[in-house]
Design a protein around this ligand. Structure first.
Ligand code: ARG
Length: 447
């Protein structure tokens, strides 16, 4: 026998309900208890203000909700699977505490607008936390950039994973800073769309009670209300906004993770990852593995999956609420937990890693990454750039493994009569960085 349901009127009391375990969401939506209590508190206050509930009824409900919150906080709250979700669990416990007046809380409200409200409050809150997490990582990147600028560290910049042109290490770190700046902006925009209250929509068609949705929204610190009640209970776009902003953020963390894996390899040796962010091998004593960076790269897949889950859940749903929408929660919570954990780990890893300037410098030795500058110099003397490009390319080919200084005057002339011995100095990586005023630009960017 299951306990009397909140919606039990229409159902026979005989026998347990087979599907209870399958349909229950209490296992995961208990995470929303703070939002649920806040929403109910604001709803009860509003019902009092518009005269649907008497002042003493409101006072009783608010006291009861406080006790419920205290039990949830203390971990003594009696969760019941047969009560399906956090909304019914809280309402039942409230009624146990305050008596039949507890049954008045659900006046002019449905679980459909209630769950939507909880999710709005939750998503808005975590978006604020995620933005802070992004800012913390940005600060760590700026710290590395400032240190690399002060030490005037240069390294090969890559395209196609081939040496392309020399760049300051600081320029590289700041590129990630800018990616994250867009992530923060996307999350802020998502937060604005979550900042809206669906209460008043009730199940889907609004309510005949004289409710004041604006007052509830104000009470909860939400900026606005939905104008269409069916949209209010059917909309999960604000969760999609969070998950898509989160998926793009994970792309960035994964790219950075991949970079750190590569850079910490013996072949690159551009950085030393702090021991706190690496682990050893159970068999190979010499190993120091960049696990944290690898796992961040790997966990990006989870967040992409969470986004796809919700897209698939929503795409076939006619208006308005369907139980399918209960599936938004685990995807959303998993993405949020993953994002928070990854931001935290990457921030610590970036803040503590040590660049190996001498390795970066060594990688620039005779790597031809200043060749564009040599071509540019010829072009500045009047040679069409395409021809200058060919001349500089021929220089690389003819020189082969030799040092460019070893080329004879005849060889240089054979490549092009325009090519002067002093042009070879343009191959110097410092000069290439200087020619583009990259240190000045980076310093300006750092402000
Ligand atoms: N547990 C449900 C969810 O997470 C709450 C809303 C249920 N509404 C309903 N009519 N069954 O979506």
């Amino acid at each position: 026998m299951s306990e009397q349901k909140m919606w039990g009127g229409r159902f026979s009391e005989s026998g347990g309900r087979q599907a209870e375990k399958f349909t229950a969401s209490i296992g995961f939506d208990r995470r929303l208890w703070r939002q649920d209590v806040a929403g109910s508190t604001a709803h009860a206050r509003m019902l009092g203000k518009v005269g649907v509930l008497a002042p003493d009824e409101v006072a009783t409900l608010l006291q009861g909700l406080e006790q419920v919150a205290a039990e949830l906080e203390a971990g003594t709250f009696p969760f019941r699977l047969e009560l399906e979700d956090i909304h019914l669990n809280i309402e039942r416990r409230l009624t146990e505490i305050v008596g039949p007046v507890g049954g008045k809380l659900h006046t002019a409200r449905s679980r459909n607008d209630q769950v939507a409200l909880d999710m709005h409050l939750y998503v808005k809150g975590v978006e604020g936390e995620l933005i802070e997490g992004v800012h913390a990582l940005q600060a760590a990147l700026r710290g590395q950039a400032q240190a690399a600028l002060d030490a005037r560290i240069i390294m090969p910049g890559f395209t196609h994973l081939q040496h392309a042109q020399p760049v300051p290490l600081a320029l590289h770190w700041l590129a990630y800073w800018h990616m994250l700046e867009r992530d923060a902006a996307r999350l802020a925009q998502a937060r604005e769309r979550a900042d809206c209250s669906p209460l008043g929509a009730a199940a889907l068609a609004g309510t005949s009670f004289p409710v004041d949705p604006q007052a509830v929204a104000r009470d909860l610190g939400l900026a606005g209300v939905y104008r269409n009640s069916m949209d209010a209970v059917s909309d999960r776009d604000f969760v999609l906004d969070l998950l898509s902003a989160g998926a793009i953020l994970m792309v960035h963390l994964s790219r950075l993770g991949e970079e750190l894996v590569l850079w910490s390899s013996r072949e690159f040796g551009f950085i030393e990852i702090d021991d706190a962010y690496a682990t050893g091998s159970s068999i190979m004593p010499q190993k120091k593995n960049p696990d944290v960076a690898e796992l961040v790269r790997g966990k990006s897949g989870r967040v992409f999956g969470d986004l796809l889950t919700l897209l698939a859940v929503l795409k076939g749903l006619p208006l308005a609420y369907h139980s399918d929408m209960q599936e938004d929660k685990e995807a959303c919570f998993d993405a949020v937990d993953t994002l928070m954990a990854c931001l935290d780990a990457v921030t610590g890893m970036v803040a503590t890693l040590r660049p190996r300037a001498e390795r970066m410098r060594a990688a620039l030795l005779r790597d031809w990454s200043g060749t564009t500058d040599l071509a540019d110099a010829l072009a500045k003397r009047g040679m069409p750039f395409r021809e200058a490009h060919a001349v500089a390319g021929a220089l690389v080919r003819v020189c082969g493994e030799r040092e460019p200084e070893r080329l004879s005057d005849d060889e240089l002339r054979a490549i092009s009569p325009e090519l002067r011995r002093e042009d070879l100095a343009l191959l110097d990586p410092e000069g290439a960085v200087e020619a583009r005023q990259l240190f000045r630009r980076v310093a300006e960017d750092l402000g």
